[in-house]
Design a protein around this ligand. Structure first.
Ligand SMILES: Nc1nc2c(ncn2[C@@H]2O[C@H](COP(=O)(O)OP(=O)(O)O)[C@@H](O)[C@H]2O)c(=O)[nH]1
Ligand SMILES: [Mg+2]
Length: 455
């Protein structure tokens, strides 16, 4: 599998170049670079979701050429099953839910939070099949309807969302009878997958088309589905929908439907594309995180320049006040207390200026500067920091919808950094960091995208 080799080479290169170019910058902003690649540490994942008895398990069995998953008309299987080949010399067999979420080799730690009930409905089946060397397939209990979902005892849609975040390819399968539940499922994808980038990970499948009674019937079902989909995606164009059916022994299929048999084969082949999708996924993930970082630095750079303006304004007042105190401080003392007898200005006018004349002016100057700095440190600056910690919005100009999508998360981080380390933020070399990050996005990451296209 040359594609998979390329995937490994590219992944290695990315893992090398990312720390070399950006580790320092990540650390400067309190982010952990290693965490970024955790979801990508295991095999490429293909996730099957859709309504119950849409034919997910039947399709998976067919794809593997073995009867691995139970199938049936009623909601037969209410478990999440991760199917893959055993590693190295390990034997075939099942792993329990708690093993799956606790084994460091697998990327499923995030499922621990969903409780015991989920763990008893999660397992890994390890099956020796050549296609499973490079991918893992996740079969899910079919979506019932939103009311019944609440009885499962765990957050079903939340779990789907977690899997969707990890998955490189998502097969969204539904049948003509129950296309309604697709809406709920799709909503989860929309909120979990980042921005617009996630959409290309989804394969839409209308399965069991052999159950349509005629071609007209199929066209009607397809039309309804397209309408529903365009409402859900909010796009003008309709994503490709694979029309498929399983060949079941003893079951007659209308001859006109036979032309769709090749779509099922095409869909199977597209699952083998998962390793390449993994590369996209990986780049999108990196892209996303680095763009978040860029936005964060931009905000802090702006904070720094606002700080400079503020500091300069304050300094100007301080210079003014200091000059006044230098020339007039001892004169005022003289007028009120009669001491010192020869204030600075008088010496200046009478031409009797000597080193002794500078003593009081300098003391006054120092006093004003000290008082001014104290005010700045204790009052002006904390107020300035508080203002932007409470509301960092004025610090950025969100130019694209993508940046608007990123901002809520970044906003939170900016706010926390200002809250905790405001002083550091106004002195850090943000613009240099921003340059590094932008160069990475423009040059290095772009080069990776170009290379994927070639494969
Ligand atoms: N007519 C027809 N039946 C199918 C097709 N695919 C699956 N089935 C049947 O539908 C039932 C549910 O399938 P299953 O794979 O368990 O659905 P799942 O709940 O999505 O995993 C089973 O009885 C299958 O034999 C198909 O394309 N056409
Ligand atoms: Mg099933």
């Amino acid at each position: 599998m040359p594609e998979n080799d390329n995937a490994i080479v590219l992944k290695k290169e990315l893992e090398e170049i990312l720390p070399r170019k950006l580790a320092q910058v990540f650390r400067d902003y309190g982010l952990d670079l290693d965490e970024l690649l955790v979801p990508l540490k295991w095999k490429p994942l293909v996730l099957f979701i859709g309504n119950y008895s849409s034919g997910k398990s039947t399709f998976i069995n067919e794809f593997l050429g073995r009867d691995i998953q139970r199938t049936g008309q009623a909601p037969t299987d209410d478990s999440f099953t991760i199917i893959t080949a055993p590693e190295g010399e390990e034997p075939e067999g099942d792993l329990t839910g708690s093993t799956v979420v606790n084994d460091e080799r697998f990327p499923f730690e995030s499922l621990r939070g969903f409780g015991q009930k989920l763990l008893s409905h999660l397992s890994m089946k390890r099956v020796k099949a050549p296609v499973l060397e490079n991918i893992a397939i996740i079969d899910t209990p079919g979506m019932l309807d939103s009311v019944t979902e609440q009885d499962r005892g765990y957050d079903y849609l939340g779990v789907i969302g977690e899997f969707a975040k990890l998955a490189d390819l998502i097969v969204l399968m539904f049948d003509p009878h129950k296309a309604g539940t697709i809406k709920e499922t799709y909503k989860v994808l929309r909120v979990t997958l980042p921005g617009m980038v996630g959409e290309d990970r989804v394969r839409f499948v209308l399965n069991r088309i052999d159950e349509c009674e005629s071609l007209e019937d199929l066209v009607r079902a397809y039309g309804t589905l397209c309408w529903n989909l365009s409402q859900m995606t909010g796009r003008k164009d309709i994503p490709r929908i694979f029309l498929t059916y399983a060949r079941i022994e003893g079951r007659e299929v209308l001859p006109e439907f036979k032309i769709w048999e090749k779509e099922r084969e095409e869909l199977k082949r597209s699952l083998l594309d998962a390793p390449r999708m993994r590369l996209y996924h990986m780049l999108q993930e990196v892209d996303n995180v680095v763009r978040e970082l860029a936005l964060e630095i931009e905000a802090l750079e702006n904070l720094k320049s606002r700080f400079r303006t503020k500091l300069w304004g304050f300094s100007k007042s301080l210079i003014f006040a200091g000059t006044g105190a230098f020339f007039l401080g001892d004169l005022a003392m003289n007028l009120i207390f009669g001491y010192p007898s020869n204030p600075f200005v008088m010496d200046l006018v009478s031409g009797t200026l000597g080193p002794h004349s500078f003593l009081w002016p300098l003391i006054w100057l120092l006093l004003v500067v000290a008082a001014g700095s104290a005010v700045f440190q204790k009052i002006t600056f904390p107020r300035f920091a508080r203002k932007y910690a409470d509301d960092p919005d004025p610090l950025v100009k969100l130019k694209t919808p993508y940046e608007r999508d990123l901002w809520p998360v970044v906003r939170q981080r900016v706010s926390e950094l200002i809250e905790k380390h405001a002083r550091r933020q106004v002195w850090m070399p943000h613009s240099r960091n921003l340059q590094k990050v932008r160069r990475f996005l423009k040059k290095d990451l772009q080069a990776f995208y170009e290379r994927i296209k070639l494969y």
